[in-house]
Design a protein around this ligand. Structure first.
Ligand code: UDP
Length: 327
């Protein structure tokens, strides 16, 4: 079985990726510092604890497992926090990724699947975004991810590093079998926060801004199911193994939902009202982020199956009710 090194394999998206890799016949090696990940989410292959800022530890892990490809999820990913503590984001995300790319290149591992973000596009006056849209991030999180994309292009020129870069829109939902799920501490993402409010685990959801230039005044996002998202990553590994060359793909559905629309879907799925209050805008938030691209479907053969809002909220609710992470 071929080894794939999965950084951040103990986190939300990484743990779902490990499950998908195992199902696809690969052996996922999780590399995670457990700062935002959870050891008990590592269920599908070996675990190597380590930090991307520790280049020596990375070299050890590459030498031990000789992965055929890297899937790089490990990152700090909160837009709001990145505006308060940009240095933390530049150090962890950019310096950490530089170590990883250099370690991979020197170990001869030249296939790299990178988790980038629609936040690299920034706020573009309600345009629908495709892979050729200009990248003008308005927060440090997006800027740190754009820098890593640039780095991968430089290492392709110098070392032949081949990359598939996925720019995610808003990842949501959970494994429908609830073997793994979403749990951040603290939680900052919309759907789990809504479900916490529904379940009485927090008093109310604060809607960040009701004066945006959108039909109901709240921000619009394109939500994609985590299982569909990780399926694209498996296709990304195959793409690189087939030597199809470096490529960027947006992963979204082309459909946007406002914060209020997500709340109303959660109320209908759970059968309970969503306690909420209106608050000010959150620094760094774009008005609307919707993916207009069909490149992943046309070229990769990506066929998202679960990415409708109802499934995403229902799967997240199922996971929420397991009480797995009632810590
Ligand atoms: N949001 C909100 N209240 C919250 C958390 C998020 O109104 O407590 C909004 C946020 O402003 C954004 C959308 O929900 O418009 C999605 O935010 P999230 O943090 O889930 O993902 P992001 O878009 O930052 O990647």
């Amino acid at each position: 079985m071929e080894n794939i090194l999965v950084t951040g394999g103990a986190g939300y998206i990484g743990s779902h990726a490990c499950k998908a890799l195992k199902t696809a016949g690969f052996n996922p090696i999780t590399f995670d510092n457990l700062v935002t990940g959870w050891k008990d989410a590592v269920k599908f292959g070996p675990f190597e604890e380590g930090d991307l800022l520790d280049r020596g530890r990375l070299d050890e892990v590459f030498a031990k497992h000789r992965p055929v490809a890297v899937m790089h999820f490990a990152a700090l990913s909160q837009v709001g926090e990145s505006m308060q503590k940009p240095g933390k984001y530049w150090r962890n995300n950019v310096e950490g990724s530089l170590n990883l790319i250099e370690a991979a290149a020197s170990a001869g591992c030249k296939r790299f699947v990178f988790s980038s973000t629609c936040a690299t596009y920034g706020d573009q006056d309600n345009v629908v975004l495709d892979e050729n849209s200009v990248q003008l991030p308005i927060n440090a999180y997006g800027a740190s991810k754009r820098a890593i994309e640039d780095m991968l292009r430089d290492f392709e020129a110098s070392d032949g590093m081949q990359s598939v870069i996925f720019r995610y829109f808003n990842v949501a939902g959970c494994d429908p079998e609830a073997e793994v799920g979403e749990f951040h501490q603290p939680e900052t993402h919309l759907i789990p926060l809504i479900l916490d409010a529904v379940a009485g685990k927090r008093a109310a959801l604060t809607v960040f801004g009701t004066d945006y230039d959108t039909p109901d005044g709240t921000c619009i996002r394109d939500y994609v199911h985590v299982c569909d998202l990780v399926d694209a990553h498996i296709l990304g590994v195959k793409w690189l193994k087939d030597e199809k060359g470096s490529r960027v793909f947006n992963l979204g559905t082309g459909e946007g939902f406002s914060v209020r629309e997500v709340m109303s879907k959660a109320a209908s799925v759970t059968g309970k009202p969503v306690p909420c209050e209106e608050g000010p805008r959150r620094a760094g938030d774009c008005t609307k982020l919707v993916s207009g691209s069909t490149r992943a479907e046309a070229e990769l053969g990506w066929n998202p199956q679960r990415s409708n809002l109802e499934n995403m909220v229902a799967d997240a609710w199922k996971w929420h009710q397991t009480g797995h992470y009632d810590k």
